[in-house]
Write a protein that binds this ligand. Structure first.
Ligand SMILES: Cc1cc2nc3c(=O)[nH]c(=O)nc-3n(C[C@H](O)[C@H](O)[C@H](O)COP(=O)(O)OP(=O)(O)OC[C@H]3O[C@@H](n4cnc5c(N)ncnc54)[C@H](O)[C@@H]3O)c2cc1C
Length: 398
């Protein structure tokens, strides 16, 4: 049975965070490259992306700058950096554009699985910045309970596997080059098996485009698989080993990187709100919004919340890097905290900026809409509270 104790850092076998500190110092250029792309590409395109355009140009630029292969191993041409570096880049990108930040976050999550279990050719393509991947876990049947796919994988003659599924959401659906895909096992009695599914596999379709409240450019559409045939070698890990990979490899990456994306978004919302409050004037009394004590108190609350989320993110990375006993607790907490902070701070930022926030030009309304995906991306905040409660009470998570 899966218990909180066997999900601890001791069973996080790849531990890419371990080598991060040393490796970061040998490649100080990655953050400069990320900043340049954010300034020149991500931020200028954020409004187009918010109108529903997938951030293709930004992803190409990130690929060309070696940032899509940031966490790929050096022996396949990647930068060989770890979770801390990825979190720094996702935070920067997410601060300028939530959609692009989340596309990058899911790419790094899929990459973590492919790096450990996938074929060398795909690993090399990711490292070269020529391949975008993502996770396709959520299903219409099991909804946010990603650990229990109801979709099927059946062995067919010719050492092939037939996949059938109604995936309910996948970031970069119809845009990525591959999906890290969950299904029920072929023969094992466990909950799931993972596959690397090429996006151009016949039988895969995106039944309808994404038209959401926020993260509108990240193409989080459903994906249907009808009689999709993949080689048996497309299996990632063991038949029935899906849950283990989800919990040991995907969970730390997704929790940390999505938290980083939302910390970036929160920081941008606070910065925008402070700039507006300092600029917007009451001409008849010659004061700015920032001269109002209530507005300053709202700003202070935003800053405190932002810094709490950022400190927890830093502590989670430190816990992972040193295999601290509380690493799993921190991993579970970090996205729950970032999601709560993101919705709370962006709502406060809307209040600080008043009616002006209702219009596009202040930028806060986009961050407010983007922030709300944090709570419902699985593990949702409610699921995380349940997991955290079980973990600290010594109960199995599932
Ligand atoms: C922008 C966006 C991008 C996404 N990208 C991806 C992706 O790349 N890959 C992917 O696989 N999925 C993705 N998802 C899907 C996401 O991970 C969730 O699976 C999805 O949002 C769940 O929606 P639902 O309507 O099925 O929720 P439901 O499962 O119906 O949940 C409804 C409510 O019930 C609560 N709830 C459910 N179970 C429990 C429980 N046991 N205890 C307490 N409360 C519970 C939930 O927290 C939620 O508030 C994305 C979603 C969004 C919004």
């Amino acid at each position: 049975m899966l218990t909180s104790s066997n999900l601890g850092p001791a069973c996080l076998p790849d531990r890419p965070w371990r080598k991060t500190m040393a490796a970061m110092n040998s490649d100080p250029g990655y953050l400069q490259r990320a900043r340049r792309i954010v300034e020149e590409v991500v931020a200028p395109h954020a409004c187009d992306v918010d109108r529903g355009q997938f951030p293709r140009t930004a992803m190409r630029s990130l690929g060309a700058a070696g940032l899509l292969g940031l966490t790929s191993a050096e022996d396949v041409g990647g930068a060989g950096l770890g979770l801390r570096a990825a979190a720094e880049v996702v935070e920067l990108v997410g601060g300028a554009c939530g959609s692009t930040g989340m596309v990058l976050c899911m790419h790094y999550c899929g990459t973590a699985v492919i790096e450990r279990h996938g074929p060398r050719a795909v690993r090399a393509a990711i490292a070269a910045g020529e391949h975008i991947t993502t996770l396709a876990f959520s299903e219409a049947g099991s909804r946010s309970h990603f650990w229990a796919p109801v979709s099927t994988a059946r062995a067919v003659p010719g050492d092939r596997i037939r996949l059938d599924a109604e995936k309910s959401w996948s970031t970069s659906a119809g845009q990525a080059d591959s999906y890290v895909w969950s299904s029920q096992p072929v023969a094992a009695q466990e909950l799931s098996t993972l596959w690397l599914v090429p996006a151009n596999a016949p039988g895969l379709s995106v039944p309808r485009p994404f038209d959401g409240l926020g993260l509108r450019g990240n193409s989080s559409a459903p994906i249907r698989a009808e009689n999709v045939l993949v080689d048996a070698s497309a299996m990632l890990g063991l038949d029935g080993g899906g849950l283990d990979i989800m919990m040991t490899t995907v969970l730390p990456h997704f929790q940390v990187l999505s938290a980083a994306c939302y910390v970036g978004l929160v920081d941008a919302a606070v910065t925008g709100a402070v700039a507006h409050a300092s600029r917007a004037r009451f001409a008849h009394i010659d004061q700015t919004l920032a001269d109002l004590p209530t507005i300053r108190a709202f700003v202070a609350r935003c800053i405190v919340k932002r810094d709490m989320a950022r400190a927890l993110l830093a502590d989670t990375l430190a816990a992972l890097e040193s295999s601290r006993p509380d690493a799993l607790l921190r991993v579970l907490e970090v996205k729950a905290a970032a999601a709560e902070v993101a919705t709370e701070v962006t709502e406060l930022a809307m209040r600080i900026c008043g009616g002006a926030a209702y219009r596009k030009e202040v930028g806060v309304e986009r961050q407010f809409r983007d922030a709300h995906a944090a709570t419902v991306m699985s593990p949702t905040t409610d699921l995380l509270y349940d997991f955290i409660g079980k973990h600290v009470c010594g109960l199995p998570l599932l």
